[in-house]
Write a new protein. Structure first.
Length: 442
C-alpha cells in the first residue's frame, strides 16, 4: 500500500511560485531537460533493472529525468540517498505545493493523478497536518483483527475462484488479483459486499484511465460520503467508525478523502503483489513446491517480489523545501524528487549486505527493502500488515483450490502494465483441472 494515485484525479494547484529547476550542467533546467532520461518507454516495462543499471553508470545515484511534457525531476535510485530523502521530512517533505513547475503544468497533464495536488487527506498533506490525519487513520487500521481479515480474505477468495473453477481457465489478474484486495478492504472500512463489488468496478475504471475515469472518481467519492453518513448514524466494528470516534474532529470531506486514500492505496499495489508473486511461482523452479502447498515458499516468493519486482517502482514524490546537495547533485528549492524504490533495492552498495543476510537467514528473513518506502510518509505499518495478509491468504487459497495451476501462455508473452511507476501485468492467463465450487456463497 503506497500511492493512492489512481484514486485522485486532480487539477493543478495553481500557479504556485518558485524558480524553475536549475542545477548546472547535466541537470534539470526548466522544460526540455538536456541529457535527462525520459521517464517512459519500453525499458521500464520489460527490463527495468537493466535500465536502472545504465542510469547508475551514466548519472550516479540521483538521475535527472524528464517527465511527459518535458517537465524535469530527479529520480533517486541510490539506496543511501533514498534513505536520506525519506528520513528528512523537513528538507524533503511530501508537499506538492512546493513544486516549482506548477506555472508550466497544463490542466490535462496525464501525470496529475499520480503527482496529486494539495488536499486534506493523509496522502496529500505534509508536516503537522499529515501527522494529524495519521493519528486518526493509523490506529483505526491497527485495530483491525488479523484473524478477521484472513477470514474475510478466505471467503472472498473462494467466491472469486468459484466463479472460474469449473471452466479450467482464468485470467488471474482481472478475475482474482485485482478484485480481491478491494473486496476485502471494502469490508474492513464498513461497506456491505454488494457495494464493495461496485467499488471494485470503480477502481478498475480509475486504474484503466480513459474516458470513464473522471466519472468513476466521482462515484468513488459518493460511496465514501454515504459511508461516512451511514457510520455516523450507526457505528460498527470497522475502520470508518473508528475514524469517526477519534477525539479530534474532521470534516466529512476529510473523512471521505482519507477513506479513498486507504482503499485506493491498497488496491493496485496489493493486486500486483499477488499477480507478481503468482507469476514468480509459476515461472521459477525454486518456487515450484508452492504449487504443491508449500506455504513457506509463498512467503518467500512474496518477499522476493518486494526486492526484485515490487509493485511500486517509482513513487511521486518529495519536493525540496530549500536548496540542497544530494548524491553529488545540486537540488534547487521546489525541485521534484521521485523515489526510485525498485532501483534502490538493486543498488550494488547494499546488495552484498543483503546477500550476507540471505545466507544467514534466507531472503524470507530479510525485509530491508524499500518497497513500502521509508520514513514519516512511508506506508503505515498496519496497512503493510493488511496488504500482506490479503496477498498471502489469497495466494494460499488459490493454490489450495487449484493445485495444478499453470500458465496458459509462454512466460515471454506476459505483458507488463505500460508504466514507469507501477509494475504489474495486464493479464495472467492460467489453466488448471476444473474443480467443484465450494457451494458456500457466504
Amino acid at each position: 500500500m503506497t500511492n493512492p494515485s489512481s484514486a485522485t484525479p486532480a487539477s493543478p494547484a495553481g500557479t504556485g511560485g518558485g524558480c524553475p529547476m536549475s542545477s548546472g550542467p547535466g541537470g534539470p533546467a526548466g522544460t526540455g531537460v538536456p541529457g535527462a532520461v525520459p521517464l517512459s518507454g519500453p525499458g521500464f516495462h520489460t527490463e527495468p533493472q537493466a535500465l536502472y543499471r545504465a542510469m547508475r553508470r551514466d548519472h550516479g545515484p540521483v538521475v535527472p529525468v524528464e517527465l511527459p511534457g518535458g517537465f524535469p525531476a530527479w529520480l533517486v535510485i541510490g539506496y543511501r540517498e533514498l534513505h536520506q530523502v525519506t528520513s528528512d521530512g523537513e528538507l524533503y517533505p511530501r508537499d506538492v505545493s512546493l513544486w516549482n513547475q506548477w506555472e508550466n503544468i497544463p490542466a490535462d497533464w496525464p501525470l496529475l493523478p499520480m503527482v496529486g495536488t494539495p488536499m486534506p487527506s493523509i496522502y496529500f498533506t505534509a508536516g503537522a497536518e499529515h501527522r494529524r490525519h495519521a493519528d486518526m487513520v493509523v490506529p483505526a487500521l491497527e485495530a483491525a483483527d488479523p484473524f478477521e481479515i484472513r477470514q474475510h480474505c478466505e471467503q472472498l477468495a473462494d467466491r472469486l475462484i468459484d466463479a472460474v473453477c469449473s471452466r479450467g481457465t482464468a485470467d488471474l489478474v482481472a478475475e482474482f488479483a485485482e478484485p480481491l484486495p478491494v473486496l476485502v478492504l471494502a469490508r474492513l472500512v464498513g461497506f456491505p459486499d454488494d457495494e464493495g463489488a461496485d467499488i471494485a468496478r470503480v477502481l478498475k475504471d480509475l486504474a484503466d484511465g480513459g474516458p470513464d475515469a473522471q466519472k468513476a472518481h466521482l462515484r468513488f467519492g459518493e460511496h465514501m460520503h454515504r459511508l461516512v453518513a451511514a457510520k455516523r448514524a450507526h457505528p460498527g466494528d470497522d475502520v470508518t467508525s473508528r475514524m469517526l470516534a477519534h477525539p479530534e474532529p474532521f470534516t466529512d470531506e476529510e473523512y471521505a478523502l482519507d477513506l479513498m486514500a486507504i482503499t485506493a492505496a491498497g488496491h493496485l499495489t496489493t493486486a500486483d503483489w499477488i499477480g507478481n508473486s503468482t507469476r514468480l511461482m509459476l515461472t521459477e523452479d525454486q518456487f515450484a513446491d508452492s504449487l504443491a502447498g508449500g506455504r513457506h515458499s509463498v512467503a518467500e516468493a512474496m518477499n522476493e517480489v518486494l526486492w526484485e519486482d515490487g509493485p511500486t517502482q517509482i513513487l511521486a514524490g518529495r519536493w525540496a523545501s530549500r536548496d540542497a546537495r544530494l548524491g553529488g547533485r545540486n537540488i534547487a528549492r521546489g525541485d521534484m524528487l521521485l523515489l526510485g524504490l525498485g532501483a534502490a533495492n538493486a543498488d550494488p552498495h547494499i546488495r552484498q549486505q543483503v546477500t550476507d543476510a540471505v545466507v544467514r537467514s534466507g531472503r524470507g528473513g530479510n525485509s530491508a527493502h524499500m518497497a513500502f518506502s521509508h520514513g514519516e510518509y512511508r506506508c503505515p505499518f498496519p496497512a503493510q500488515e493488511i496488504a500482506e495478509i490479503i496477498a498471502r491468504t489469497g495466494i494460499e487459497v488459490l493454490l489450495d483450490r487449484l493445485p495444478d495451476l499453470e500458465l496458459a501462455v509462454p512466460a515471454t508473452e506476459l505483458v507488463r502494465r505500460p508504466s514507469a511507476f507501477l509494475r504489474g501485468m495486464t493479464s495472467l492467463p492460467v489453466r488448471f483441472t476444473p474443480v467443484r465450487t465450494t457451494g458456500d456463497a457466504s
